[in-house]
Structures are given as C-alpha cells and as structure tokens.
Design a protein around this ligand. Sequence first.
Ligand SMILES: Cc1cc2nc3c(=O)[nH]c(=O)nc-3n(C[C@H](O)[C@H](O)[C@H](O)COP(=O)(O)OP(=O)(O)OC[C@H]3O[C@@H](n4cnc5c(N)ncnc54)[C@H](O)[C@@H]3O)c2cc1C
Length: 393
Amino acid sequence: MATATSRSTFDTGILALPLYEDHHRELAARLVTWCDRHRDVLVGTGPPEATCLRVLRALGAAGWLAFLDRRPDDYRALCLVREALAHVDDLADHAFAIQALAATPIRRFGTDEQRRRLLPGMAEGTLCGAFAVSEEAAGSDVAALTLDARETTDGWVLNGGKAWIANAGIADVYTVIARTGPGPGAFGLTAFLVPADTPGLHVEPVPMIAPRALGHLAFDDCVLPAEALLGRRGGGFPIAMEVLDRFRMTVGAAALGFARRAFDAALARARERPMLGGKLFDLPTVRATFADMDVRLDTSALLVARSAWEIDHGSPHYARHSAVAKLHATEAAQQIVDSAVQVFGAAGLVRDSLMERLYRQIRSLRIYEGSSEVQQAVIAAAIPADRTHREAS
Ligand SMILES: Cc1cc2nc3c(=O)[nH]c(=O)nc-3n(C[C@H](O)[C@H](O)[C@H](O)COP(=O)(O)OP(=O)(O)OC[C@H]3O[C@@H](n4cnc5c(N)ncnc54)[C@H](O)[C@@H]3O)c2cc1C
C-alpha cells in the first residue's frame, strides 16, 4: 500500500502497474501540469452555467476533448482526466464529464452526417451537449420513461418532460430518449437529437446543493425532422444502457479525485494541528482513520483501473466491474470526505471552506448515473444462484 505521504492528484504506484501504459502515465503528468497552470479557469466562481462554458472552451482549446471526434475509445485516459479535474474542482469535472457523456451516443450510434455536424464543435468545446434520459417519475427505472415521440409524415413531435438534466440551459444539443412504442417497457424507446433552439423546448433551472448547470426540460409540441433520429427506432434503451454502463467507472474516477483532495487536506491539517502536547496526527485513533482512508483510496483506484482496462480490452465483464467500481469508489469517497471533515472539527463546517464544499459536492455521485442501490442490483444480478461468478465466467 502506498504511504499516506505519497498522495497527490494520482497514485503513481498504481499508475505504474501494467493496467496502464506509458502513454497513460505521460497523460497523467501532462494533466497535473495543465491543471496547475489553469486553476484560475477551472475553479468555479460566479454562476455555474458560465463556469461550465468557460471550462468547456478551455478544455477544448487545450485538446482534452479531441478524443470525442478523432481518437478510438480510451477509458483509462477518460478516467484519468476525470480524476484530475475532480481533484481541482467539481464543475471542472462536471463540464468534461457531461460533454463526454453527451458525445458518446453520437459517436457510437450517429450517422456520418450527425457525427460530422456535431462532433467537431463538441471536441473544440464550442458546442455544448447534454444527455437527457431521466424523468421525474422515471429515474432508476429507465424502462418507465413516458416522454412521447409521435411520428408524423416528415418527422416527429415530442411532448412531455425530462428531469435533472445536466447542462440544461447551456447545451446546444440534447440527446433525448423518448417513447415511440407501447409502454411501460424498454423496447418502445428511441433516441433523438434535439437542438436547444427547437420551438416548444423550455428549461427550468434547478438549484442543487452543489451548484451546477442543471434543470428540468419541458417539450411542448417540439417538431423534429426525420433526421433527428439517433440510431434505430426502438434502440433508445440499449443506447442509454450502453452509455451508462461505460460511464459508471468514470464516476468512480471522479469520486477518487474528490477523495484524494479531502485526504490530502485532512492530512496537512492533522500534521500541523497542535493536540495534547503534540500534533493531531500523533494520536493512534486519528492515524487509524487515515489508514482506513488510505485503504479506501487504494481499493477505489484499483477497481476503477480494472474496469477501465477491461473496457479498453473488450472484456465481457466490464459492465459488472464498472458497477463495482462506481459503487465502491463513490461510497468510499463519501466516507473519506466525511472522515476529513471530522479531522477538521468545526473548521470543516465553515460555509464555503474546502471541506464544506467537498461534503456537498460528493453527495450526488452516489445517485446519478445509477444510484448505489441500482449498482448493487446490477452486481447481484450477475452472481449465479448455484456458483460463484468467478466459476461461471
Ligand atoms: C447531479 C445530478 C446530475 C444528473 N444528471 C443527469 C443527466 O444529465 N441526465 C439524466 O438523464 N439524468 C441525470 N440525473 C438524474 C439521475 O440519473 C437520477 O437522479 C438517478 O437515476 C436516480 O433517479 P431518481 O432521482 O428519480 O431516484 P429514484 O429512481 O426515485 O430512486 C429513489 C431511491 O430508490 C432507490 N432505488 C431505485 N431502484 C432501486 C432498486 N432496483 N433497488 C433498490 N433501490 C432502488 C434508489 O437507489 C434511490 O435511493 C442527474 C442527477 C443528479 C443528482
């Protein structure tokens, strides 16, 4: 296990393992340097919407989004970028992650024309995307979606709503999963690309405990051309599931970034805080707290690396292991941030202090892109009743 003193943006011991390649290690080093130099741009001040757009443009200009248009999938790289950005600021990670989430269905299921029209701008950070699946009455249960898409002679008309959509209000284009067939059920869902300026599309911003560009969408007779269809009719559920399966591990990577920052800040505090004639860090129970945090950081990093390696190598196990990584890393990060607040004592509760912000920011990771309970259900479903899953695979 790495020592408590060796934590920084990345754990170089884990990066040195054969789960990563030299270009990942070089990427990690470049990320650290770039994030240090661009801290002013990345750290959110002012309205989250403006911060997200500013960060997106900076990420695009620096080439961190170029993979959305050009390169083959590299989930270990994607995880490293999220980990580094989350280590700097919640909104920096948010801007990167939602853009990648929104571009992925277009990359994987879009026509040549759709890819040509949208991906270069998304890769430059000048065109902002969003991925709209959830509804107020259908969050975890995606098959229960009701947003209605009715076919007309020359296209589609959308009526209904979406809820909790990241980048609502700043996105230029929304990938929307709507119902085109009988429901409830997974087979009648279809994906559409909806430009933000479509008449009848309204955004209601929702203030969250950790400020971000997020809101509900209302579709009021939104007329779309036939070419708005993304993928095949009836293919909306697999598109949503595939994208979410792939991105789950990246949420774990972001959680790791938050957790490392909390760990480092708490360690610095414990080392300098006078206590009982020595320092807080001298106390055995406090050291034990850091040992627990350290183990959680290691296990999270290894689980994220495993699932990212698997998806990069086409392993059939990646979806289950992506769920394992998200479940473990987000729950662990919550515990690490809570322990770090405890180390700070009352100083950890001061409004807008680092600890207070981390405490608010980490919470949503256990809910979005599949709550912890949904991950448990995914993992449990893969365990056969009569054998261990290791024997079965
Ligand atoms: C910050 C943030 C950003 C988001 N961004 C987006 C976005 O960009 N696009 C988008 O489409 N959505 C987005 N969401 C919505 C998110 O995906 C949903 O909140 C999530 O899927 C949970 O749905 P819900 O909130 O309706 O909770 P519900 O589905 O109502 O769940 C409530 C509780 O029931 C539990 N539960 C549900 N199913 C099960 C089960 N099978 N077994 C056990 N327990 C269960 C859940 O774990 C949870 O504790 C975002 C949410 C947040 C907080």
